[in-house]
Design a protein around this ligand. Sequence first.
Ligand SMILES: [Zn+2]
Ligand SMILES: [Zn+2]
Length: 292
Amino acid sequence: MKKTGVFYHDICGKEAYSSLAMGVEEGFQSIKKEGLFSRPNITWFESEPATEEQIARLHSQQWIDQVKQTKWWQVSLYSVGGMIGATEKVLKGDIDNALVIAGVGGHHAHRDNAWGGCYFNVIGLGIPHARAKSLGKRFAIVDTDTHHADGVRDLYQDDEDMLHICFCDSFSWVYGSDDRMESNTKFCFPHGSSDEEEIANVAREVPPRIMEFKPELLFWLCGMDTHQDSYGTAALTEKAYPKMAKIIKQVADEVCGGKLIVKTCCNTRPHATRYIVPRIVDCLSESGIYTD
Ligand SMILES: [Zn+2]
Ligand SMILES: [Zn+2]
């Protein structure tokens, strides 16, 4: 079994960007209700707010000041803080892996602007923190959200120590395919139109690239807007997500001693996050609670 941390603060549920992060509260509460926190190897760490200094590692002061004027400031701070706490604990070996539940998106956040329910680059802000604390240098982010991670791609385009595998074809929204900025460490691949196809795409494209790149920690942005009751590809049932978790966890186990952080803002309906979120925690912690 593995030691798994769940990073969440009530503000991420109560003040979520709710048209996007519609299943956050239910996702977290379902871990509790299913009794997973009574297991000795699964711990809830209440996310702390990130500091402006931590956020300024990727964002301009002007943008930080702008977000401060919005109602999304607090939930953004606690969402980023969860990612920073998880990154530090996993890299120090206090826990093996983690799930970060955020109340906002993040991968559409650039240095000076953002869109689509994103303010600061939640998934991207663990990396400069780890580097500042000399906890690691080389990282990979796998992004299976419906949409192209234009913010992550923009912030890390020249960083050869960051492998970015993004599933997004035909779902770039405002950013056209010319803005994908692909290179030998930055890739985009198509989504599947069914559970089977999506899982096959992830199984084909992710493990070999992670094995070759050898990151010290793997981040997985588990977007749930690919779910059939959400607003993205609407291609997947809830059963697909624990299966993707298994593939991604296995490669992290093989390549980087199991160091894996899953970030989600639970962007599908509560009935689905109630199914998905505890099963991801079960998979990460190797507890073997669910058989379906
Ligand atoms: Zn999306
Ligand atoms: Zn992409």
